[in-house]
Design a protein around this ligand. Sequence first.
Ligand SMILES: NC(=O)c1ccc[n+]([C@@H]2O[C@H](COP(=O)([O-])OP(=O)(O)OC[C@H]3O[C@@H](n4cnc5c(N)ncnc54)[C@H](OP(=O)(O)O)[C@@H]3O)[C@@H](O)[C@H]2O)c1
Length: 263
Amino acid sequence: MPRRGQAVVIGGSRGLGAAIAYALGAAGWPTTVAARDTEQLERCRKEAAERGVELSTAQVDTLAPADVRRLFTDLAQRGQLDVCVMAAGRNLSQRLLRPPREAGGAWSAHGIEEWHATVDLNLTGTFLAGREAALTMAQAGTGGVLVPVVSCTWQGSWGQSAYAAAKAGVVSLTRSWALELGEFGIRVVAVAPGVVDGAALREKGARHPAHARYMERLREQVPLRRFAAEHEVAETVLHAVTNQYLTGTVIEVAGGGFPARIP
Ligand SMILES: NC(=O)c1ccc[n+]([C@@H]2O[C@H](COP(=O)([O-])OP(=O)(O)OC[C@H]3O[C@@H](n4cnc5c(N)ncnc54)[C@H](OP(=O)(O)O)[C@@H]3O)[C@@H](O)[C@H]2O)c1
């Protein structure tokens, strides 16, 4: 894609989103990182600037439709929008059922609040951001690309059914939107990482040794025997952005993936 316009990364203030924003900025797109916490947005901007990449920041809650609309109105006033990466998401580890021997004497079942929170952020948040990004691109008549960040768990994952279902929903949006938006020159390409070896994973492992042991067993099941580096996922997003014949598909960047249930 010729670098004519700008990029935005929703959920770009830390973790994978920040790495993607940095890569887009380094590749020449004027890039805005959008998230809720303004202090973290500023930290993200400063860290990128120290590495030679200027990023803009914008506060947005991807679950607030008016907020999302305002973000895209502001972006449209600044110039043409080429790229919208939707990275705001959160995993949930919760089984559908836990038997009495594990749950203190009675069956315990998946919580409805946790279900809604997971589906809202991962699926509805992506819908709201993708809808406004597509509208902005269609109204401008310039085309563009939407890149939802999903997860290789979308095909089903033991102990993560709400998260996996939400990401599968986003894969379905990817396919449907590609069918609808191709005529406007708008592509939709999902990127599906496996586990990413980032600060959040290391910090959680330091706080919860049992989690660190579980993740080590998981890592051994990955055919490449390691998790992804953030820049490897960011490079895949750049490929989705630059390859003009990709749409309606999911690019997995998961080292060969892992089994549905870790032994
Ligand atoms: N890390 C992994 O191993 C991994 C693997 C596969 C897929 N993924 C996917 O990759 C994406 C990024 O994951 P991550 O681990 O890098 O996440 P993370 O470190 O928790 O970062 C999440 C980002 O989303 C923002 N965010 C959260 N809720 C938001 C909301 N309502 N509105 C706007 N922004 C919001 C956060 O900022 P605020 O909280 O300040 O808003 C932050 O910038 C997610 O979609 C995740 O499912 C991650």
